[in-house]
Design a protein around this ligand. Structure first.
Ligand code: CU
Length: 158
């Protein structure tokens, strides 16, 4: 371990001990922990390979969406859009359908979106980092027109 790395390590330890004095909320219990890496694959058959993820409230999440197919973004584009509980999926999707200029992320519905990747085509991937929100069952979808009915899953925050 070189000096610079050791200093970082010592700083991380100091941060860790300080957080012991904070109230033990879900969020602070997760502070300073490495991000949880999640991978979601999407293919040319309009499918996600996972229907459920589980994370802890306040946990840092590093999610990678991979398009394992070959079709171009304008024909079989995929994204990952994490929506707040209670979002009307059908209403959201119809707004998304009209939002081609923002790659099917409807600006008018920003308040319903927890996090999202960019839209990708075959062979591409996108990685996003975000903090898991409060406990609850969230839904993720692909907001490309016509996809959300099949391309959706549960993102459970415990
Ligand atoms: Cu899609």
């Amino acid at each position: 371990m070189n000096t610079k790395r050791f200093r970082l390590f010592a700083a991380a330890l100091a941060l860790g001990s300080m957080s012991a004095f904070l109230p033990a909320t879900d969020a602070s219990a997760q502070a300073g922990k490495p991000a949880k890496a999640l991978v979601l694959n999407a293919n040319d058959a309009m499918q996600f390979d996972k229907k459920e993820f589980k994370v802890k409230a306040g946990q840092k999440v590093k999610l990678t969406l991979k398009h394992t197919g070959k079709f171009a973004k304008n024909a079989m584009g995929h994204n990952f859009v994490l929506l707040k509980p209670g979002t009307d999926l059908q209403a959201f999707a119809s707004k998304a359908n009209m939002a081609s200029s923002t790659e099917y992320i409807p600006k008018s519905e920003a308040a319903s979106i927890v996090a999202h990747t960019k839209l990708i085509g075959g062979g591409e991937s996108d990685t996003i980092e975000f903090t898991a929100p409060k406990k609850g069952t969230y839904t993720y979808i692909c907001s490309f027109p016509g996809h959300y009915g099949i391309m959706q899953g549960k993102f459970i925050v415990e």
